[in-house]
Design a protein around this ligand. Structure first.
Ligand SMILES: [Zn+2]
Length: 260
């Protein structure tokens, strides 16, 4: 039940000077190599039992400021001397961890009754594709549990997310990451579409917006974001409708928060 609410702590430090954390049973912290001094708290680092005691919105000054200034380009750029695969891996891990924590906080409002489908827009319902290719409609909480569990399994797979220095990434890593990105985008789309009142109730909208804008900017920079996935409406075969957050994406581009 709570499997996807408390991601495992990261198992390695991505850079020699990055934050190091052992499996201690404490709340997970960011695996990020800290593009800014406060990035660990940028999207909240409370996990597990800590979520309810200290809401994420109390931890977001950096994210708020970044959203106002609209300088997401600077925090997604590849730092010097950093391997691009490693940079993508640690950032995707962070997006997964932070989104998982957000979903954990609002998941009481996402049930089979409230969300019988994985909606992402007024006329859009995502379809889950099983490994054999069979497509099924799932309730949103089931769909999201599948997404989060599958990503956790990838992260735990040494062949896909190597934890040893100089261990090469698998040739399929870029394709795997694109799939992970697309699934995380769907979770964002569902939360925005179906649960934004819960985000507002928590006063987490600046924080959640910042996480999403960061996610979009990162996807643009590393060619993970497909226009058809953010806008929907045609060609993706997973729904006829438009993606609700496609409008948010357009708005942020108009405002200069994201690159055009
Ligand atoms: Zn829902």
């Amino acid at each position: 039940m709570s499997r996807n609410r408390a991601p495992r702590p990261p198992r390695r430090s991505p850079t020699p000077s990055g934050p190091q954390r052992k499996d201690s049973g404490g709340p997970p912290s960011s695996r990020s190599p800290s593009p800014s001094p406060s990035s660990n708290s940028a999207h909240g680092e409370e996990g597990g039992n800590g979520v309810r005691e200290k809401p994420l919105y109390l931890c977001s000054p950096f994210a708020d400021a970044a959203l106002v200034k609209g300088n997401f380009k600077t925090i997604v750029m590849l730092p010097k001397y950093t391997d691009i695969m490693e940079w993508v891996a640690v950032n995707m891990f962070d997006f997964y961890t932070n989104l998982n924590e957000f979903y954990g906080v609002i998941s009481e409002t996402c049930t089979q009754a409230t969300c019988p489908t994985m909606s992402g827009g007024p006329t859009l319902n995502y379809v889950w594709t099983h490994q054999g290719g069979k497509q099924v409609m799932l309730p949103a909480p089931t769909y999201i549990d599948y997404v989060m569990t599958s990503i956790q399994n990838l992260i735990d797979d040494e062949n896909i997310f190597p934890t040893k220095t100089n261990q090469p990434f698998h040739p399929s890593f870029p394709a795997t990451i694109r799939t992970v990105y697309r699934q995380l985008l769907r979770v964002f789309a569902h939360i925005y579409h179906a649960h934004y009142p819960a985000i507002l109730h928590l006063r987490s909208e600046p924080h959640f917006n910042s996480l999403f804008a960061h996610f979009l900017a990162f996807g643009r920079e590393y060619e993970l974001l497909e226009v058809r996935d953010i806008k929907g409406g045609d060609g993706n075969g997973n729904g006829k409708g438009e993606v609700g957050v496609g409008l948010l994406w357009e708005r942020w581009k108009e405002k200069g928060i994201l690159e055009g």
